[in-house]
Design a protein around this ligand. Structure first.
Ligand code: AVJ
Length: 312
């Protein structure tokens, strides 16, 4: 049975079973992003209360000439994630790279998005790599001699606890090499009410995004979790400077997943995502701890979001 599961499915099963039986139940955030989860996240990015995507996009548009002036011509851009059809073109248009290498674990999504970008940039060498960017993988041959620019927008780094986030940044450094540049988006600390509103929208899209994890578990891992026994909750953890998403049991509940039995008492939670927020110095320290020296940074007029250029 296990031998017939592909690596992803097996990793999902292991993460969910271990996560649901842990003393503080938690499932890694990456499992929120199946096809439905990615669509729901896309809907989230258009919500009035969800400021990060529109703020970062506006900021990139505004400051790209300044950013581009610091990036060598003919570079290879390595994007960690499939790339968005709005942010990525802003960068590609401005710096005229020789190659664009999007790296994403979801092959279907990656190939669709790479094809779309290729259509908009016919002269550009687009070289998608299907890989989990938190693990080791090889860059395509033929870009060895080009200057490298890593692109990691969206404050995706905020999904990682600092220990894993710095590991990830070091892994990017090892991959891209000494002298490489990294352009990274990092969400800023701001008043709690705005943070909570961004992660618990009145339309309930974020709740649906969070609860989709339980649907995915039921479908892919033969579970019978009653969805109406859990509600979405966004919490601000001040000491760790992060928004946490939880699924909180609204009553005592028992269920099984992949043949294993679980019980949750009313009020207990499954922690499903972290979204770390950084002050200016915390952001730079994170980069430095990960082996990258910040060389320039830009924020929107409201200081809601920062884009930082760092050097390996
Ligand atoms: C995709 C990780 C950047 O943390 O803001 C949005 C995910 N979760 N609303 C974020 C998310 C709930 C998002 N990132």
């Amino acid at each position: 049975m296990l031998a017939t599961l592909d690596e992803q499915a097996q990793a999902f099963r292991e993460d969910v079973l271990a996560g649901l039986s842990a003393p503080i139940p938690a499932v890694p955030a990456r499992w929120l992003y199946d096809r439905r989860g990615s669509e729901l996240f896309d809907d989230i990015t258009r919500l009035p209360a969800y400021y990060p995507t529109r703020t970062e996009t506006g900021l990139l548009n505004e400051v790209m000439p300044d950013i581009a002036a610091r990036i060598p011509r003919g570079a290879a851009v390595v994007e960690f994630g499939a790339g968005s059809q709005t942010k990525t073109p802003i960068l590609l248009r401005a710096i005229a790279p020789a190659a664009y290498v999007p790296v994403d674990i979801s092959g279907d999504y990656l190939n669709d998005s790479a094809a779309e970008l290729q259509a908009s940039f016919p002269g550009l060498e687009v070289l998608p790599v299907v890989a989990d960017f938190v693990r080791s993988f090889n860059l395509p041959e033929g870009i060895d001699s080009l200057p490298k620019l890593g692109f990691f927008p969206g404050s995706t780094i905020g999904n990682f606890v600092p220990r894993s986030g710095t590991d990830l940044l070091r892994h990017f450094r090892a991959l891209l090499g000494t002298g490489a540049l990294l352009l990274i988006g990092m969400d800023r600390v701001k008043p709690i009410e705005r943070l909570l509103a961004a992660y618990d929208d009145p339309a309930g899209v974020t709740a649906e995004f969070n609860l989709n994890l339980l649907e995915r578990i039921n479908r892919e891992l033969d579970g019978d979790i009653p969805l109406d026994a859990f509600r979405h909750e966004a919490r601000w953890n001040d000491i760790l400077s992060r928004i946490e998403m939880h699924l909180v049991a609204s009553r005592d509940v028992e269920f099984s997943v992949a043949g294993r039995h679980f019980r949750f008492s009313a009020g207990s939670s499954i922690h499903t995502e972290n979204s770390h927020k950084y002050g200016p110095r915390g952001a730079r320290l994170m980069l430095l701890a990960g082996g990258w020296t910040p060389i320039a940074e830009w924020t929107d007029p409201n200081d809601d979001f920062a884009v930082i250029l760092a050097e390996a």
